[in-house]
Design a protein around this ligand. Structure first.
Ligand code: NAP
Length: 287
């Protein structure tokens, strides 16, 4: 690709719409077959405005896809034990098929303990150690939603992964780490970078696939992108700015996700799809 060419955009908005439409069809069929409508429980602790908005958005999209929402709102003063009790009760409730704990939860809560109270078969947000293990072994299970969305985008654009160098910048439990594991399970050669990585630019420059999952505006410089690389920007910073210097990167990349409209819309789409998968497994095992 010559430096004057422009990368093709990876249209997450369009793909997410199709995934949600397919999900709505599957939800309607499942409801007709079993007499039960798939149900996603959302658990919100406190009133952080961004979290309130995210949960509301997830409930609205669920409704559009024919998925019921069970809304659980707990006070900001909720303790780890209380939250664990709530999640355990939802895990045992046969009317609930998927559970989403909106995070981050307050700093006084042991988030890992809370996540682990979610039954693996209802972990449609892919946050438990069980789900991470399944992702790491390439076994069936629920993917963490944003990495799952990234994999669907790569698949949609027929990006070859086998033997390719993938560099994941960021190693959070819900994004960077599982994204790398999913790429590894598809036989990419994966390198993780993080805040202590030395020589980030040189590592990025070797990547056939770059996944930016940091939360630092334009950290990944366009000039570091290998010509012809595929650039996935999961970052979302104030002002609709990603972690990649988009304008410069798109003159070198072959494919690139815009921000917004790339990775972002895929996250909820995967959440809804996995909720219907979970409901199907739970309901059809009783038929
Ligand atoms: P996070 O938990 O804060 O993790 C950020 C990661 O970036 C950490 O692993 C950190 O390294 C690494 N990092 C920080 N500064 C760095 C630097 N200068 N060079 C290299 N690595 C650096 O964030 P997150 O939850 O994974 O989210 C990352 C971004 O994705 C954010 O912009 C967030 O808004 C976005 N996001 C989007 C979606 C979506 O639906 N599209 C979903 C989730 C998150 P250490 O581990 O060493 O601290």
């Amino acid at each position: 690709m010559s430096p004057t060419q422009t990368a093709q955009l990876m249209d997450g908005t369009g793909l997410a719409k199709r995934v949600v439409e397919e999900t709505a069809t599957r939800a309607a069929e499942l409801t007709r077959r079993t007499g039960t409508t798939p149900c996603l429980a959302t658990v919100l602790v406190g009133e952080d405005p961004a979290s309130v908005t995210y949960v509301r958005m997830k409930q609205a999209r669920s409704a559009k896809a024919g998925i019921l929402s069970r809304r659980v709102v707990l006070p900001a003063t909720t303790t780890t034990a209380e939250l664990v009790d709530t999640l355990t009760a939802l895990s045992h409730d046969p009317q609930v098929h998927g559970i989403l704990l909106q995070h981050p939860v307050g700093p006084h809560i042991d988030e890992r303990a809370a996540f682990e109270a979610i039954a693996p078969e209802k972990d449609v947000d892919g946050v438990t150690m069980h789900s991470f293990g399944a992702m790491s072994f390439g076994l069936p299970g629920f993917a963490s939603c944003t990495p799952g969305g990234i994999m669907r985008l790569l698949d949609e654009y027929n990006v070859e992964l086998v033997g390719k160098r993938a560099v994941v910048v960021g190693r959070s439990a819900i994004l960077g780490k599982p994204a790398g594991m999913l790429l590894l399970a598809k036989d990419a050669t994966v390198t993780y970078c993080h805040s202590r990585t030395a020589g980030l630019s040189a590592i990025v420059a070797e990547a056939d696939i770059v996944v930016a999952a940091v939360g630092r505006p334009r950290l990944i410089r366009g000039e570091d992108i290998k010509p012809g690389a595929v650039v996935i920007d999961a970052g979302y910073n104030p002002g609709n700015v990603g972690d990649v210097d988009f304008d410069a990167a798109r003159t070198r990349a072959r494919l690139i996700t815009p921000v917004p409209g790339g990775v972002g819309p895929m996250t909820i789409a995967v959440l809804l799809a996995q909720t219907v998968d979970a409901a199907a497994r739970q309901l059809e095992s009783h038929l």
